[in-house]
Design a binder for this molecule. Structure first.
Ligand code: NDP
Length: 240
């Protein structure tokens, strides 16, 4: 029986590549998205993967959305917490709303999705979570106190939940991507991006499918002994 995987923010960018990699691995995949209907429709038409709209920062919406997926597709075995936003600005310019929105969606989304699915995985004795963190959660980044805090929180959340899941056959890992060529990075001013690429030893931005391959491994049966880890996929930009 094919295991069911849900990828939040799965209709474009890194999430889309993850959906396609898990589908190629034989998973039954569904994608969640926030509201870009055009991208969601194009994604579902091209891949045959169903997409479901809800805000991962909304606790009730996650509970209801996952219940709907389970009723229509089957029990969720794999959760990839990929949905994320940026609201950059230096501390003095950052509004309280920019702070809470980024925390609520990027970090709160992981909690909400885990609350909706962990018990089911515990009952079945098998489960996989992969939480998409960031190099900027590991190293910090000027103008991103909100995003760096949320992503750093994801790395801590991952290690704590891994300890709770281990006895039930549930692994919980994080991936910390470096700079990947998606819409999110397209929003970075060109002169800033040039400086960033100059600091990447491999000499280029990463591709979304390079993150997806990491997710495919961490969610596989063969990945069962890996839990509580953070896989850095960043072209050598941050090593520790
Ligand atoms: P994109 O901005 O290209 O895509 C974001 C996806 O998340 C979209 O599908 C979007 O839906 C969805 N999304 C946003 N907010 C919500 C929400 N509240 N509820 C549900 N879905 C939501 O992002 P990337 O592909 O670049 O990034 C994916 C993840 O990787 C993020 O967590 C990001 O922080 C992380 N990351 C990215 C890096 C990069 O260089 N690109 C580097 C390090 C980490 P919709 O299309 O409807 O708007």
């Amino acid at each position: 029986m094919s295991r069911v995987a849900i990828v939040t923010g799965g209709t474009r960018g890194i999430g889309r590549a993850i959906c396609e990699a898990l589908q190629a691995q034989g998973r039954t995949v569904v994608a969640n998205y926030a509201g870009n209907e055009e991208k969601a429709r194009a994604f579902s038409d091209a891949t045959g993967i169903k997409s479901y709209k809800w805000n991962v920062g909304d606790h009730e919406a996650c509970i209801e959305g996952c219940a709907r997926v389970e009723a229509e597709v089957g029990p969720i075995d794999i959760v990839v917490n990929n949905a994320g936003i940026t609201r950059d600005g230096t501390l003095l310019k950052m509004s309280y709303e920019d702070w809470t929105d980024v925390l609520r969606i990027n970090l709160g989304g992981c909690f909400n999705m885990a609350k909706a699915t962990f018990a089911g995985m515990k009952n079945s004795g098998w489960g996989r979570f992969v939480n998409i963190g960031s190099i900027n959660g590991q190293a910090g980044q000027y103008g991103q106190v909100n995003y760096a805090a949320a992503k750093s929180g994801i790395h801590g959340f991952t290690k704590a939940l891994a300890q709770e899941g281990a006895r039930y056959g549930i692994t919980v890992n994080a991936i910390a991507p470096g700079y990947i060529d998606t819409d999110m990075v397209a929003a970075v001013p060109e002169n800033v991006l040039e400086k960033i690429v100059a600091r990447i030893p491999v000499g280029r931005l990463g591709h979304a499918d390079e993150i997806a391959r990491g997710v495919a491994f961490l969610t596989s049966d063969e990945g069962g002994f890996v839990t509580g880890s953070t896989m850095s996929i960043n072209g050598g930009q941050h090593m520790y």
